[in-house]
Every structure is written in structure tokens, then in C-alpha cells.
Design a protein around this ligand. Structure first.
Ligand SMILES: CC(C)(COP(=O)(O)OP(=O)(O)OC[C@H]1O[C@@H](n2cnc3c(N)ncnc32)[C@H](O)[C@@H]1OP(=O)(O)O)[C@@H](O)C(=O)NCCC(=O)NCCS
Length: 164
């Protein structure tokens, strides 16, 4: 029988907390992961991203540079964060863009917030503590603490909020 292959790719520069649980095909580099956080299959977390303690990151999610999650944040399956509002492959002279050619936007997801499956979070936003983002949302504006928002673009659901 073949030797089992390691399906985790954890770069040496990752700051990994205690008791972090990871499933197969996880790709982490240059990021920070807090204690007791779990990370599902096919999750990528880029350099400069920061994940708090006791977070749940579900499978197929992409967390890019510039994203900071507080403690106890839930991220559903197939959630994508964005950090470049006007992405281009090349500069005006036709050369391929590098690190210095674009501005990385910063996004903060505060403690206890939840992001529903299949959501897309635009860059430069703040999602408040305890907020709830509905499945399939496209979040284009800041979300207040405890708010329940859904849709494309995500808007508050009437008569619903959760104490942060
Ligand atoms: C947003 C959410 C929390 C709302 O739940 P709720 O308060 O029970 O809301 P309701 O089901 O009563 O729906 C209220 C209204 O919002 C709409 N709505 C609910 N969820 C929605 C969503 N994700 N996107 C768009 N509209 C949504 C409903 O159609 C309903 O509209 P109507 O009044 O015109 O009929 C929930 O629907 C949701 O999306 N949760 C995330 C689930 C998830 O991704 N889990 C992760 C992995 S299992």
C-alpha cells in the first residue's frame, strides 16, 4: 500500500494556536490562527489574515490578506472575502501586477459574528459583533453589531437583530 500523503499545507510562517483542528487539503501561509479554532476541507487562508480563538471556518472558504476575524466567529461553506475593489492582472504598461501595484483593503469581522454559506464579503468592511449574514449574501456595506442581513446586496431583515 502507498504511504499516506500529508494533505495539509501549513507554511512555516503560520502562527498556529493550541488545539487547532484542521481537515484535509487546507492551505495556510503567513496567517495567525487562534486557539481551538476549526478549519474545514479546502480552506485557504492567506498571509496577513488573522483568525481568532474558537472560530469555525467551514469547508471551501477563502480568507484573504487583510481579513481579521475576532473570537467565536462562524464562517459557512464556500464564503469568499475580497480585498481588491478594482482588480487588474496587469498595469497600464502591460506588465503583470505585483505586490506594490494594488491596495489591500482591510476587513474586520467582530467577535461572535456569523457568515452564512455562499456569501461574498466585499473589502474594507466591518461586520459587527454577533451580526448574522444570511446564506448567499453579497455584503457591500458595514453591518452593525447584532444585525441580521441577507440578500444581494445584503440588507437588514425587518424586525430581526441579535444581542451581540
Ligand atoms: C438570514 C437568516 C438567519 C434568517 O433566518 P430567519 O430570521 O429565520 O428568517 P426567515 O426564514 O423567517 O425569513 C425572513 C425573510 O427573509 C428572507 N430570507 C431569509 N434568508 C435569506 C437569505 N439567506 N437570503 C435572502 N433572503 C432571505 C426570507 O425569504 C423571508 O422573506 P419574506 O418575509 O419576504 O418571505 C437565515 O435564513 C440564513 O440565511 N441563515 C444562514 C444559514 C447558513 O448559511 N448556515 C451555515 C451552514 S449550515
Amino acid at each position: 500500500m502507498d504511504e499516506p500523503t500529508c494533505t495539509l499545507r501549513i507554511a512555516p510562517d503560520v502562527k498556529l494556536g493550541e488545539r487547532v483542528k484542521m481537515h484535509a487539503f487546507v492551505n495556510l501561509y503567513g496567517c495567525t490562527i487562534g486557539d481551538d479554532t476549526s478549519i474545514g476541507t479546502f480552506v485557504e487562508i492567506q498571509k496577513g489574515a488573522s483568525i481568532g480563538a474558537r472560530c469555525k471556518i467551514s469547508s471551501h472558504t477563502f480568507i484573504c490578506e487583510g481579513v481579521s476575524l475576532g473570537d467565536g466567529v462562524f464562517v459557512g461553506h464556500n464564503v469568499s472575502f475580497i480585498n481588491d475593489r478594482y482588480p487588474r492582472a496587469t498595469n497600464t504598461d502591460g506588465s503583470k501586477q505585483g505586490e506594490a501595484d494594488w491596495l489591500c483593503q482591510q476587513t474586520v469581522v467582530a467577535d461572535g459574528a456569523s457568515i452564512g454559506t455562499g456569501s461574498t464579503i466585499l473589502g474594507g468592511l466591518r461586520i459587527g459583533a454577533g451580526a448574522m449574514i444570511g446564506a448567499g449574501s453579497v455584503v457591500t456595506r458595514d453591518v452593525p453589531p447584532g444585525a441580521v442581513v441577507a440578500g444581494n446586496p445584503a440588507r437588514p431583515l425587518a424586525d430581526r437583530s441579535i444581542s451581540p
